[in-house]
Design a protein around this ligand. Structure first.
Ligand code: NPW
Ligand code: K
Length: 501
């Protein structure tokens, strides 16, 4: 189910597979897969297509040379901009070079101005793949920047050159990467195509396994999110049930000036199926949420925390009382999700962290990169430079299921399993969407979902709701968090209709 492999794992699979195949077979297959992907992007009359193939000094360049030869044989007008290695690195690359040289493809030493002056149908990016060691510089950088200014489709082979295959960060400092519209990636899918800068730079991703025997693929610890991971918890509602059948959620937050956050979380919890929802205020409680009068607004003081799944943090503030409430929530036997200010209070208090890590049932944490950085005692840049690694580190440190939000949200379990989400879009980059996510995950937990599946489903539905709204024109610009709530309700009900038991 959508496994993701590190570049070290890809190299191990490649080595094992290559040992059982004729020399150069994998590069030839990669070239064929690259050409097939390119042909899909060209007009039917291939002869009119002007294709620029960028071939770098390594084996990614070898894939590009194979691709160029195939496209030339298919009748396209192919121009190769070749960056030769200091000395030929592999026999298969040398063979690919020979095939390109004996095809009708033209080798040309184009500078940036010459590239920009031609109207290309397609650019094939084979500068670098998983062997990139340092930022693109000099002529390579100029080519990447020029290609990024073109209007045509750009197909990256294996991954957009300049991107780190494992982390999705642009290799820097001050790096650039090719901005692809499509990527055909070889052997296995790669995390860097789906998180951090990956989603912006890779475009549509297609995986070509190069016909490698399944026996060479070890079980992966990292996957793309998939409904199959959580669909068994989607239950059609029985007639003979009542509100007590669907759990209680208590959202703890609502310091002065921050009452909106717990209301958004609470409304989401209610609209995603929790039987009863309490909004607990650490300061003066609102008498009622007049927009959603079904919510029970209370002061946090005196509430029995054992009777609900707890969502602690939205608008909680940083007062000593807020910290005491968080300590009580951690000490309770209830399922717990900590978000927002609860994460900041945790970061500031090692004793709370120890108590959280010792909770017998664990917990769910939903940090954005800054909150994760505070909890890990590092910078946001360090978190973003390795989102999967940092989410796993935090999950292990706090014995929690961690949802590291951002483009390509990472969900990591304490045992090291991790998933990258595939739904969602930049419409979610607005105030309150995190509160909606925490309310949704808490609601699923209250309805009996295990924490891991609740986090996977919550993140998936939250992103899907935003995707649907954007399709309908309600975003990405100007979407508001509150609009997500009815869209989540629809997405959840549809999912239950399709997959529920
Ligand atoms: N092995 C496989 O699994 C299979 C691999 N396949 C393909 O091969 C790709 C991996 O090939 P790879 O290892 O040759 O690495 P690749 O990305 O081409 O670049 C390395 C070269 O670039 C250089 N270099 C690095 N950074 C640089 C920079 N910033 N600026 C300038 N130079 C830089 C570095 O030289 P260096 O100067 O560091 O010694 C080296 O020469 C993989 O992504 C896939 O497409 C497929 O054929 C199927 C099977
Ligand atoms: K590439």
């Amino acid at each position: 189910m959508n496994p993701l492999y590190s570049s070290a794992e890809i190299r191990a699979i490649e080595q094992a597979a290559a040992a059982a195949l004729p020399d150069g077979a994998l590069m030839q297959r990669a070239g064929q897969a690259g050409a097939n992907a390119a042909l899909d992007l060209l007009p039917f009359s291939t002869a009119n297509a002007k294709v620029l193939v960028l071939a770098g000094p390594g084996n990614n360049g070898g894939d590009a040379l194979e691709t160029a030869a195939h496209l030339a044989y298919a009748g396209a007008q192919v121009t190769i901009l070749h960056f030769p290695p200091q000395s030929e690195r592999s026999a298969e690359r040398a063979a690919a070079m020979q095939r390109a040289q004996t095809s009708d493809a033209r080798f040309a030493d184009l500078d940036a101005a010459a590239i920009a002056a031609t109207e290309w149908t397609l650019v094939v990016d084979g500068l670098f793949g998983i062997g990139l060691q340092r930022p693109l510089a000099g002529a390579l950088r100029a080519v990447a920047e020029t290609v990024n200014g073109l209007k045509c489709s750009v197909l990256s082979l294996d991954l957009p050159s300049g991107l780190d295959a494992d982390t999705g960060a642009i290799v820097g400092p001050d790096g650039v990467a090719i901005h692809a519209t499509h990527t055909v990636t070889f052997i296995g899918n790669k995390p860097g195509l789906h998180t951090c800068d990956g989603r912006d730079y890779a475009g549509l991703v297609d995986v070509s396994r190069l016909d490698i025997d399944a026996a060479h693929f070890a079980p992966a610890r990292l996957h793309l999110n998939d409904v199959k991971f959580f669909s068994r918890h989607l239950r059609a509602r029985r007639h003979n049930t009542h509100k007590g059948s669907y759990g209680n959620v208590a959202v703890i937050g609502g310091a002065q000036g921050m009452t909106g956050a717990p209301l958004l979380a609470s409304r989401t919890a209610l609209n995603s199926g929790a039987g009863r929802v309490y909004t607990l205020f650490v300061e003066d409680a609102l008498p009622c949420d007049f927009g959603q009068p079904e919510l029970m607004c209370r002061t946090a003081a005196g509430f029995d925390l054992e009777q609900a799944t707890l969502v602690a943090g939205p608008g909680l503030g940083a007062s000593p009382y807020a910290s005491d409430m968080l300590a009580s929530a951690i000490a309770s036997g209830s399922a717990l999700l900590a978000d927002a200010d609860a994460l900041n209070l945790l970061a500031a208090n090692p004793r709370l962290q120890t108590a959280l890590a010792q909770r017998p049932g664990g917990s769910v944490l939903t940090p954005h990169p800054l909150e994760a950085a505070r909890l890990l005692g590092c910078s946001i840049a360090e978190v973003q430079a390795d989102r999967v690694g940092m989410a796993r580190k935090l999950a292990a440190k706090l014995n929690a299921h961690v949802v590291l939000k951002g483009s390509g949200t990472v969900i990591a379990a304490p045992n090291g399993d991790a998933v990258i989400n595939t739904t969602g879009n930049p419409a979610l980059a607005t105030a309150g969407t995190g509160d909606v996510l925490s309310g949704l995950c808490g609601s699923l937990m209250a309805q009996g979902w295990p924490m891991w599946e609740a986090a996977l489903a919550g993140v998936w539905l939250h992103g899907m709701a935003a995707d649907v709204l954007v399709t309908e024109g309600a975003g990405p610009i100007g979407l508001t968090a509150g609009e997500l709530i009815p869209a989540i309700r629809v997405a959840l009900n549809r999912m239950v209709q399709h997959h529920g038991r």
